[in-house]
Design a protein around this ligand. Structure first.
Ligand SMILES: Cc1cc2nc3c(=O)[nH]c(=O)nc-3n(C[C@H](O)[C@H](O)[C@H](O)COP(=O)(O)OP(=O)(O)OC[C@H]3O[C@@H](n4cnc5c(N)ncnc54)[C@H](O)[C@@H]3O)c2cc1C
Length: 403
């Protein structure tokens, strides 16, 4: 296993780091106080610049206009972009659009790619992924209430979803709906494209989260599908393949989230160290002269380094042995890195005192927004249970063989 970063990647990462620091950090004060929508026109200018520099869509294959990076390489890019809350958006590799692009590339028909993928890649539209429901447990997605019933050439979709990130202003949703209720649980649902102008597609509200209602891409929408009629040709992949497709999307998606969180950790660490040498607790005595603070810095560095290596290893496993074989590694990073991030952010906020609670640094925004990392894409507990069960099963089988 060799995690040495090639010269080509080092050069690319340097250019991206430079863009994030010089073009995006200066936008943060306004973003933190006014929110995504006020800043959107400026962000669109930044996106155009990123495109002109040939840096957009790092996660997408070259034939579709992206940089064609491997999972590991895009992980490294994600860690640079994660340092700013608007990093991924500026490079058009933000959730949930990035995942939707991947699904459309792998499973979209040429008509679907023309209508939905092309404008998404060009940054002309946004999309959302609509799986979780208020009335059913998202942690057990095989049990859902939304149905897609065949009627002639169409599906009629009925149900209620929430936490469809970016639903406010999205041009279309990829909706998970039960099409085969009598099939085994993992073969009951399909993914279906529903354009936002379909009659019966109703964005009820942006769910307020951690004191923020959000808006635009930075929204988590509650959406009613009230007898939405779409052609059956809007289905992605075969009927009942919704979960298999979702799993394909989630493996690399979790690497990207985890590396984004490493980027957040690095930013928090940087802010922490800068403040430690700048802020004096008594004349001539900076915070960093105090052993408590030194401890926080050493512990944070060790935890970030360990987390980073775990994620790179999981990405390396996906690139070399495939997603299925890398399931344990992906589950392990999903819960452990999310918790390292919360610990590092908490220490950084504590070190900044009252300033850490304000929106004059990005720390409070990261803390509010990223707490959800322990819940979405599988809550901590579900990943821990899945990994432990698989490991124990192997021990039980070994014991059986010995007997
Ligand atoms: C910021 C944010 C963005 C999101 N974006 C999207 C999106 O774009 N599209 C989308 O479809 N969904 C999205 N989600 C939804 C997310 O995927 C779900 O919240 C998640 O799957 C958990 O489902 P739930 O909220 O229904 O919790 P539940 O399934 O009701 O679980 C509640 C809690 O119970 C515990 N738990 C659950 N099952 C078990 C178990 N087997 N053993 C032990 N404990 C258990 C866990 O602690 C869990 O947190 C988003 C969520 C958030 C917070």
């Amino acid at each position: 296993m060799d995690f040495a970063i090639s010269e080509k990647m080092q050069e690319l990462l340097g250019r991206i780091r430079d863009f994030v620091e010089t073009e995006l950090y200066p936008l943060e004060p306004e973003f933190l106080l006014q929110g995504f929508q006020v800043l959107q026109p400026v962000l669109e200018e930044k996106r155009a610049k990123v495109r002109a520099l040939g840096l957009a869509l790092p996660q997408i294959e070259q034939e579709y206009g992206g940089l064609g990076l491997s999972v590991l390489e895009h992980g490294l890019v994600s860690a640079e972009l994660g340092k700013s809350p608007v990093g991924h958006y500026s490079f058009n590799c933000q959730a949930p659009d990035a995942g939707n692009m991947e699904i459309l590339i792998k499973h979209g028909t040429s008509e679907q790619q023309e209508a939905y993928l092309k404008p998404l890649l060009a940054g002309k539209i946004r999309s959302c992924f609509s799986m979780t429901e208020p009335d059913h447990p998202g942690a057990n997605p095989t049990w859902m209430g939304t149905t897609a019933i065949k009627d002639g050439e169409d599906y009629v979709i009925t149900g209620r979803k929430w936490f469809s990130t970016g639903g406010d202003g999205a041009a279309f949703a990829i909706v998970m709906a039960v099409t085969n209720p009598d099939a085994p649980p993992h073969l009951r649902a399909s993914q279906i494209i529903v354009p936002a102008d379909t009659p019966g597609f109703i964005v009820e509200r942006d769910t307020p989260c951690m004191g923020q209602v959000g808006g635009g891409w930075a929204s988590h929408s509650e959406i009613t599908y009230d007898h939405c009629r779409v052609p059956q040709s809007n289905r992605l992949g075969s009927e009942g393949a919704g979960f298999l497709i979702a799993q394909e999307r989630l493996g690399p998606g979790r690497i990207h989230h985890c590396m984004r969180w490493i980027g957040i950790c690095e930013r928090a660490f940087d802010l922490m160290c800068r403040y430690a040498v700048e802020r004096e607790v008594a004349p001539g005595y900076p915070l960093g002269s105090r052993q408590f603070v030194q401890g926080w810095i050493a512990e944070s560095r060790a935890e970030i380094n360990a987390a980073r290596l775990m994620v790179l290893h999981a990405a390396w496993c996906i690139d070399h042995v495939g997603q299925k074989e890398a399931r344990d590694e992906v589950s392990l990073i999903k819960f452990s890195v999310a918790n390292v991030m919360m610990k590092v952010l908490d220490r950084a906020i504590q070190m900044h005192g009252g300033l850490g609670i304000t929106d004059y640094t990005p720390l409070a925004l990261f803390y509010r927004n990223e707490r959800a990392g322990r819940i979405y894409d599988g809550p901590d507990e579900v990943h821990k249970i899945a990994v432990a069960k698989r490991m124990l099963r192997r021990y039980a089988e070994e014991r059986q063989e010995v007997r």
